[in-house]
Design a protein. Structure first.
Length: 477
């Protein structure tokens, strides 16, 4: 039911490189290797050393070529130029410059140089290749010489680098200026969105001590649906059947989890169960949700401008959404004072609303909701806040990223009401860890807890008669 980059080919013409300079170039690596452990010195082959020198030289050439391009290209005409014409112009300027510099590149090096220069002029320089790589989920830059990516839930260091800090800052400024933002010493951090929808965050010196820090969460054009997530092992078919009933019968759902655990992916998948004739309004800091329904209104908050004015918060969006006759309201992430408006919306006829929050468990999620209400400056007794939460939220879906990089729906918990001053909850499904494989992959299974849903009668009235076997614990190992 729920089926997922000899001096190798790089030579200088006679008379263009004095011998003293060549000796100096060879002396620098020796100084660095003194600091390495003996094992690493032995492991470093002449071929690797040669490749490193080649890359450094190509980097210098690329920098010079980029300056040459900026002097020769008509930057004002770039927007109207076709890709073919622009590539031809870059190739012509590059060939002429290389000839003037007395440098010879082999075919592959010339092709790579032209591609890098094209990316520098039209795109985001060294980041462009990573942005085009479909296997990369996150790009993490720690200064100009260290770029990590996340693939399949695991971080890995790439050989992508920037020329220097100034080069990195130029790319950052190119991104933020395109969306009317700025980042400098007086305003050292920025959130923005790339042209393709990817989420961008940067922190620059002096706050970033060892060089600018950049984080890009790539926007996936094809969102994962319930079937794909079940096939990937994110959760079980039984959990999917239950979640379909919960969304279809308009339970208010909060998806909780840590950073990068898959909260937005899960929220997007759950929205697939919403009926097409419902009016849905989405509110996000960075628009990521891709709902397939016909009647969807999307809103995105806005930070203040250079003068500190014009900010539109998620709370502002939420207040306006309540006046726009929504059937459901979906908030990408609740993290501040908008929580009180979200809870009131869930309590005042907007059943079936959904949002995400950062929390380690369903009980922690309740505590975070209480804290956010207090942060909003609303003076209410704790019991009243808990009553508000208990009557507004029906279901917590807990998502976790495990140490092997996999993402799992580790718990589905219902709120059943209040017992004195404590919110009463019951867990229906959980992920049980059974062991660890030699390669570090976690062995586990999804199982019901044996507790029947508190909303069984509601499901039945809406035409979802879930069998009792759905809630029976898994047997055996």
């Amino acid at each position: 039911m729920f089926s997922r980059y000899k001096k190798s080919g790089l030579e200088e013409k006679p008379g263009t490189a004095p011998a003293k300079q060549q000796v100096a170039v060879q002396a620098k690596p020796a100084e660095k290797t003194v600091r390495r452990t003996p094992a690493k010195v032995e492991a470093r082959s002449p071929a690797a050393d040669k490749e490193r020198k080649r890359k450094e030289r190509l980097g210098d050439i690329k920098l010079e070529m980029h300056k040459e391009l900026l002097d020769n290209l008509n930057l004002g005409a770039l927007e109207s130029a076709t890709e073919k014409d622009l590539r031809a112009e870059i190739m012509a300027i590059t060939s002429e410059s290389l000839e003037e510099m007395g440098l010879v590149l082999n075919r592959e090096e010339r092709r790579q140089l032209n591609q890098d220069l094209y990316d520098e002029v039209t795109g985001l320089g060294p980041l462009e290749t990573l942005l085009k790589d479909e296997t990369v989920n996150d790009i993490l830059v720690n200064g100009p010489n260290q770029v990590f990516v996340e693939r399949a839930g695991r971080l890995e260091l790439t050989d992508t680098t920037f020329k220097d800090e100034r080069h990195l800052l130029r790319i950052i400024d190119k991104i933020v200026s395109a969306v009317g933002r700025r980042v400098d010493e007086s305003n050292p951090h920025v959130d923005a969105r790339l042209a393709d929808g990817s989420r961008f965050n940067a922190m620059v010196p002096p706050v970033a001590v060892d060089g600018s820090l950049v984080s890009i969460r790539k926007f996936k054009k094809d969102k994962l649906g319930i079937d794909e997530l079940v096939d990937f092992g994110a959760f079980s078919e039984e959990m999917a059947v239950y979640l379909q009933a919960a969304v279809s019968t308009r339970l208010n759902i909060i998806v909780s989890g840590g950073t990068g655990s898959g909260k937005t992916t899960t929220l997007n998948a759950l929205s697939g169960f919403i009926d097409d004739n419902e009016r849905i309004l989405t509110i996000e800091d960075t628009a990521e949700l891709q709902l397939q329904q016909t009647h969807v209104g999307r809103m995105e908050s806005r930070p203040p401008n250079v003068e500190g004015k014009g900010a539109v918060s998620q709370r502002d969006c939420l207040k306006n959404a309540l006046r726009m006759r929504p059937d459901r309201i979906i908030v990408g992430e609740t993290r501040g004072e908008e929580v009180i408006d979200m809870l009131q919306a869930m309590n005042t006829g907007h059943d079936g609303s959904m949002t995400t929050i950062h929390a380690n468990s369903a009980r922690d999620a309740v505590s975070r909701l209480e804290n956010m209400v207090a942060m909003a400056g609303i003076e209410m007794p704790l019991k009243a806040i808990r009553n508000q939460i208990a009557s507004a939220v029906n279901l917590f879906v807990q998502i976790s990223r495990l140490q092997d990089g996999s993402r799992r729906m580790v718990s589905i918990t219902e709120i059943t009401g209040m017992e004195g001053e404590v919110i009463s909850m019951q867990e229906l499904f959980r992920y049980e860890r059974l062991g660890l494989q030699p390669d570090g992959k976690i062995i586990g299974r999804f199982t019901a807890t044996g507790v029947r849903s508190h909303f069984s009668d509601r499901f039945r009235q809406w035409g979802f008669d879930l069998p009792a076997t759905l809630f029976e614990p898994a047997s055996g190992e």
